[in-house]
Design a binder for this molecule. Sequence first.
Ligand code: GLN
Length: 324
Amino acid sequence: MHYYTYNRDPIGFIDKAAMEQVFREGYENGLDILERGEGKVADYIPALAKADPKDFAICGMLINGDIIAQGDIDRRFSIQSISKVINLAVALRTYGVDEVFRHVMMEPSGDEFNSIIKLDTKNSLPFNPLINAGAIEVASMLVEKYTFEEMLQFARELCMDPSIELDEEVYRSEFETGNRNRAIAYLLQSKGVLLADPQKTVDLYFKMCSLSVSAKSLAGLGLVLACDGMNPFSRESLIRPGYVRCIKSIMFTCGLYDYSGEFGVDVGIPAKSGVGGGIMCAARVPMGIGLWGPALDEHGNSIASVRALEHISHRLHLHVFDYR
Ligand code: GLN
């Protein structure tokens, strides 16, 4: 089987063995950095603090069902901020682009994911749906419309993984330590922009952050986005291509917190990270790539995963602006 990476340069066509080799090298680059003890696991809740910083897995998923695996791609961890993409997809499907972006902007913030400063001093609307304030605003559009069970079902469909469940322990801790997110919700309410009750809204937000996924489920979500919203196996259309274009654009500009600019230049793949150590990528092969390494860099992104993606993207020419 040959995969066409859209390039006409010598590695435009690449066979599976060559692709596996590139993934293996990327994985080793990531392991090297972990061996040196770089990166720190998130410690704001016990469930994340007890993660092993040496864990690392990468899963590539292709449209013919081929899987490229390095490490334990079935190990479960909490999805955290990557759920913001699922919430956005459901909101777009429900309300369309114009209505969603009447309530949240689509600009990179350049601030940390849970920052409140500009929201308080500069703008009434949150900067984008992939930072906490924006995701909480999006959750306020969904909470009266869908039950959590329905949202969970959407997540399972979009990740092509029927085994996704709520991790109760993570949810309880998110709930207990989530005062900053509550502050964001009340600030949005005080500005008259939150569309539902703050407590109910953050509860949905916390639950969505607490879904347990694997590197493989993230690869599944990445693949659906890479296929413009279609499940390539059932050929069912899950999200309209126009909405997917919008989601991938925002992932490209805002998906890795305040590292999104550098990641965009260096790696150049629409991606979203979470503090659980996951990164979900929609590569144009089309291929979904799910990575998990709980040791994070100073921006809150999985340090080994970013390092591996640099290599994989360069070698396979996955940058969206690579010459063709
Ligand atoms: N649960 C985390 C929070 O809301 C998720 C943030 C993240 O993954 N960046 O703060």
